[in-house]
Design a protein around this ligand. Structure first.
Ligand code: BEZ
Length: 235
């Protein structure tokens, strides 16, 4: 691939690049059609391949959980629409994997034969493959801002529980103005932002809110799982 075919990769904090596309669920106008909701835009290298099949079955089986957390899913590969349709039909009709069967993929899968969208989103990484999209994951918030980006190589299936955890962690950080420590799960203690001024430090010392400080810059507090889930799940 020529270098001039590559555009800069969108970064955290950028507006999600816009595009119109044909999908297995009809045309979409992205990200406008998803305004007001979180959306995960993810790419996979090719239809009718084993790692991608295991991923689609897993993600489709979890779609309701993402929906309940206010997040829609949109897939993409540089294959064509009829290949997508045939592959999704095969998955539903023939594949039984890890207890999952009859799996219907109800979220849109974008056809991107021209690679226009894959280029816009930096999904083509020539060091890995010049003809297939890598396994990219873009978390886009209700205002159309990219909030997290994760890339995986072709050989590695994604951990969808981790994608769910990342979504819940970002929504929790937004809802409670906190940060989440390593390996955080809902119900674990959360990190209180470090005091940025003497005033805040004093307020914090005088606050009745229960905190545990490992040092002045590293304080945590309890945040119950039911509070988290109430805030992040749709009513
Ligand atoms: C797979 O999904 O199995 C796959 C796709 C492209 C390259 C390697 C593996």
């Amino acid at each position: 691939m020529e270098n001039n075919q590559l555009t800069p990769m969108p970064r955290i904090g950028d507006k999600a690049p816009e595009f119109k596309a044909v999908t297995t669920q009809g045309p979409i106008n992205f990200p406008a059609d998803y305004s007001g909701s979180w959306v995960i835009l993810f790419s996979h290298p090719a239809d009718f391949t084993p790692v991608c099949t295991s991923e689609f079955m897993t993600f489709a089986s979890m779609e309701k959980r993402f929906e309940e957390a206010g997040c829609k899913l949109v897939g993409l590969s540089v294959d064509g629409l009829y290949s997508h349709i045939a592959w999704l039909r095969t998955i539903k009709e023939k594949i039984e994997y890890k207890g999952m069967k009859n799996v219907e993929v109800n979220f849109p899968l974008i056809e991107d034969i021209t690679m226009e969208v894959a280029r816009k989103y930096g999904m083509l990484q020539p060091g890995e493959s010049s003809t297939k999209a890598v396994r990219a994951v873009f978390f886009i918030d209700p205002k159309g801002i990219i909030r997290a980006v994760i890339y995986y190589p072709l050989s590695m299936g994604r951990n969808f529980e981790e994608l769910y955890r990342a979504l819940i962690a970002m929504k929790t950080a937004d809802a409670f103005s906190i940060a989440t420590p390593a390996d955080w799960q809902p119900g674990d203690d959360v990190i209180v932002p470090t005091a940025g001024s003497c005033g805040v430090a004093k307020q914090r010392m005088e606050s009745k809110e229960e905190m545990h400080c490992y040092d002045w810059f590293f304080c945590t507090k309890k945040l119950e799982k039911d509070k988290v889930m109430k805030a992040v799940l749709k009513k």
